[in-house]
Design a binder for this molecule. Structure first.
Ligand code: ADP
Ligand code: MG
Length: 817
């Protein structure tokens, strides 16, 4: 192994090479000394500063450059143990310096083992639940490691092409990553070798070990060598034996520095709650912002859609404080941009989902405002942990609906969270309802966002596990909708027998990758950088857009039409019947869906797992107007659904329709009543009469038309002659000859044109000369309506309408005639 060199870079220049060689020699001595010092280190001793620990010169220099001198409690306890190679379960409050508690041992242990350079391969893997946190960890690693260490470290969080990341990975000694993306590399990159991995770190370990990442983490661990050191850190630590077994920890040391503390949150954090009924939340939030314009604030909401709506609405109202918003559905670059903006801002308000709840270390946040109640006490602790970090002050406010108060307070008390109620000063409280209503009325986009926000909020409450805290039935939803500026509450129905727990975790498990649900949920963006998360069990079943479309759980929202497919929810909430559902989404083409299996199962994400053989997963689609349901059993059939043209063919031939004044549809060529027809005389007689009349009409029209046509012909001829004369005057022989040829051709054209014109019954409208057919109705005989009629006929006779749009155009053409 040749330590020092990092492949992939340009060749080091000679002086550099020499310097490195010297450094290596120095290191060899250094390493020996360090090994001995670590061997002698008392892992349970008391240490006050980094200087008390046997650390390499490079690490010491790095720490010094970052102004880290004294150890925090967790660092003092965890680092000595970790240096000695123990597995660790580290728990300490938010903002207490856990990052260094694992980064320092990573740097040191790899250094002492000289796992440096490309030959060493990947030696440490640090996993974070979110990209933002991964980036932050990487930054700290870089800052501390840049004084002399030669490790190649990198970030694998997606956002770059797989190939780019793959190339970088091949050179890395330390990788900081998100679970989904690293798993993608482990399973897809054949050359990605993790056999030399010595250290695995999970930051926010309880989150990474919870259900959302279960599959990914288990799969990742499968790839890693068993003989490694594992460090788990979180403010809310897992102790579940099953979790630890999954990671095959070897007699881990449980290092919990604040377990005996009287509170689970930092001492410097002041925590309060405000009782504010759901429909007044936005008023209260607005008033709060108005009174704290000179602060740095994070506002937590329960879903990305809520975040977007509140952000957009407040932005329009010019709150006097810079606004930012962060949620999982934003592009990676935007998310990066926003986090760095907020980090740098002095006064700003960031609306965020729980994507920002964990680990992020924004400097000097004054307030954490939880407008939507957190799903559990742990989430609460992590959210408020964005302020009062490392001995700084901070304040947190939780908005509670009266129905949530008792339940949530009990949960918080059980987790040792000290929180007190405060009131809002009446005169500071202002209402923005009218303003919002006005804005939603003027701006359909905003109204649409509001509707989505409403739906996603209600859903988020519905799927909460803790029913003692979240009681949907007790929320004033109609009023809440009005408070968002909506004209009524969008209608929502839920699936029967929704298992709240299942649903809550479903997006985390990624069982319905495209479901709008994930857009709602903070969860989605939170983790996964991998666009196509490899799901080993799923590989055999090919899933298409349409599969996903059919699985989409939000089908039960919005329209009755969709809800036919699922049974009614019986747990209380059925939305409101006056809901303006037509406002919500305009569905162009509605396709009712049946699966071969039970409809309920269709909606249940668990049943879409590939344990069922693909054959059973085939779908039947009823196309309105088609005689038979369409069975989707192949890709080609699925493609067919994409094409309106082909779909319309399935509908057993299109019917052309005209609409009468009452709006009733009629076939264009409707046969008239036979009785009435016969009363007008024998068919043959009628035909003759019709032909005679038509001939007369044409004859009359012809006289005028012919005169007109002659006149035009004459004009044309004169024009041509004029042009020829001009050309003759200018041109030579060649032009003359060309002229002759052209003349002959012009004559020919003129003749054919003449033929056409001859029969024309109206200028420029040669087709008008067509005698009226016998089955055309009476009023078409009136000269006055001729033009209109012909237009109508033109529309009606347009080539077979092929698409629905054609049909629409046809209908409107007929109507507008
Ligand atoms: P946690 O992961 O426990 O929430 P972090 O590791 O993010 O906390 O650290 C919180 C803050 O404390 C960071 O801004 C970090 O720079 C600072 N910090 C960590 N350790 C020390 C230390 N030993 N001395 C001074 N500041 C520290
Ligand atoms: Mg942290």
């Amino acid at each position: 192994m040749a330590p020092g060199g990092i492949t992939g870079r340009t060749r080091p220049t000679k002086p550099k090479k020499q310097a490195r060689a010297q450094k290596r020699k120095r290191d060899d001595v250094d390493v020996e000394k360090l090994e001995q010092a670590v061997a002698e280190l008392d892992p349970k001793g008391t240490y006050k500063s980094f200087a008390d620990l046997p650390l390499s010169e490079s690490t010491k220099a790095g720490l010094k450059a970052c102004h880290f001198a004294a150890l925090t409690d967790i660092q003092a306890k965890a680092i000595p143990l970790a240096l000695k190679g123990m597995d660790i379960l580290g728990a300490a409050k938010t903002g207490s310096g856990k990052t260094l508690a694992f980064l320092v041992p990573v740097l040191e242990n790899l250094y002492r083992a000289q796992c440096v350079g490309a030959d060493a391969g990947l030696s440490a893997m640090i996993i974070s639940p979110t990209r933002e946190l991964a980036i932050q960890i990487f930054e700290v690693l870089r800052n501390v490691g840049k004084r002399g260490h030669l490790f190649a470290a990198g970030l694998i969080i997606g956002g770059k092409s797989l190939q780019e990341e793959r190339d970088a990975l091949a050179r890395m000694n330390i990788v900081v990553c998100t679970p989904g993306r690293i798993l993608q590399h482990l399973s897809q990159t054949a050359a990605f070798n993790v056999d030399n991995l010595r250290m695995l770190v999970l930051d926010e370990a309880d989150r990474i070990l919870d259900m959302g990442f279960q599959r990914d983490v288990d799969a990742i661990v499968e790839y890693l060598p068993k003989d490694r050191q594992t460090l788990l850190f979180s403010a809310t630590q897992t102790k579940r034996v099953s979790d630890l077994a999954r990671l095959s920890l070897k007699e881990p040391e449980y290092v919990s520095v604040h377990e005996s503390a009287s509170t689970a949150t930092p001492q410097t954090l002041q925590q309060n709650y405000i009782l504010t009924p759901l429909p007044q939340k936005l008023d209260t939030l607005w008033s709060f912002l108005q009174s704290s314009k000179k602060s740095k604030i994070i506002v937590f909401l329960s879903s990305g859609k809520q975040v977007r709506f509140v952000y957009e609405a407040f932005r329009h109202m010019q709150p006097g404080i810079p606004l930012l918003h962060l949620h999982g559905r934003q592009r990676q670059t935007a998310r990066l941009d926003i986090t760095s903006k907020f980090a740098a801002a002095k006064h700003s308000c960031l609306f965020a989902t729980d994507v920002a709840a964990r680990g992020l270390d924004f400097p000097a946040v004054d307030w954490v405002v939880q407008v939507d109640c957190p799903e559990d006490a742990d989430t609460y602790i992590h959210r408020v942990g964005r302020t009062a970090r490392y001995e700084r002050d901070g304040r947190a406010v939780l908005f509670l609906d009266p129905s949530e108060e008792a339940g949530m307070l009990a949960r918080l008390a059980a987790r040792k969270v000290p929180i007190e109620r405060i009131g809002v000063r009446e005169k500071k409280q202002s209402s923005i309802r009218d303003q919002l209503q006005h804005m939603c009325f003027k701006d359909p986009q905003l109204k649409y966002l509001g509707q989505k926000a409403f739906v996603s909020y209600v859903r988020s409450v519905h799927i909460m596990r803790d029913k003692e805290v979240f009681r949907l039935g007790e929320l004033a939803l109609e009023e809440f909708a009005a408070s968002l500026g909506l004209p009524g509450a969008p209608r929502i129905k839920f699936l029967k027998g929704d298992n709240a727990k299942e649903l809550k975790n479903a997006p985390r498990r990624g069982v319905s990758p495209s479901s709008e649900e994930s857009e709602d949920g903070e969860q989605k963006g939170e983790e996964d950088a991998a666009p196509q998360k490899p799901k080993p069990k799923k590989q055999d079943a090919v899933r298409t857009r349409y599969d996903r479309m059919f699985e989409r759980r939000n089908q039960d929202v919005l329209a009755d039409h969709y809800t036919k497919l699922v049974k009614d929810d019986e747990d209380g909430f059925n939305g409101d019947d006056q809901a303006p559902e037509d406002d919500f989404l305009s569905v162009k083409r509605r396709i009712a869906v049946d699966t071969d299996t039970d409809t309920d199962a269709d909606a249940d994400p668990e049943d879409t797992t590939p344990t069922a053989p693909p054959a059973e997963a085939k779908k039947t689609v009823r196309i309105p107007g088609a005689a038979q349901a369409l069975v989707i059993d192949s890709k080609r059939r699925e493609k067919l659904l994409k094409s309106k043209k082909k779909l319309s063919k399935l509908k057993g031939g299109n019917k052309k329709l005209v609409f009468d004044d009452e709006g009733n549809a009629h076939e264009i060529y409707e046969l008239e009543d036979e009785e009435a027809f016969r009363q007008r005389g024998a068919p043959e007689e009628q035909r003759e009469r019709f032909v005679r009349e038509a001939r007369e009409r044409v004859g009359v029209a012809d006289v005028g038309d012919k005169a007109l046509a002659k006149e035009k012909k004459r004009e044309k001829r004169e024009k041509r002659k004029r042009r020829e004369r001009e050309e003759e005057g200018a041109g030579g022989v060649e032009v003359e000859r060309d002229g002759e040829g052209a003349d002959a051709f012009a004559d020919f054209v003129r003749d054919t044109a003449g033929l056409v014109e001859e029969g024309g019954d109206e200028e420029e409208r040669p087709q008008k000369k067509r005698p009226k057919k016998w089955f055309e109705d009476e009023d078409s005989e009136e000269e006055g309506t001729r033009n209109g009629k012909s237009k109508r006929r033109k529309a009606a006779e347009r080539a077979e309408p092929e698409t629905l749009e054609d049909l629409e155009a046809l209908a409107s053409g007929l109507l507008g005639a």
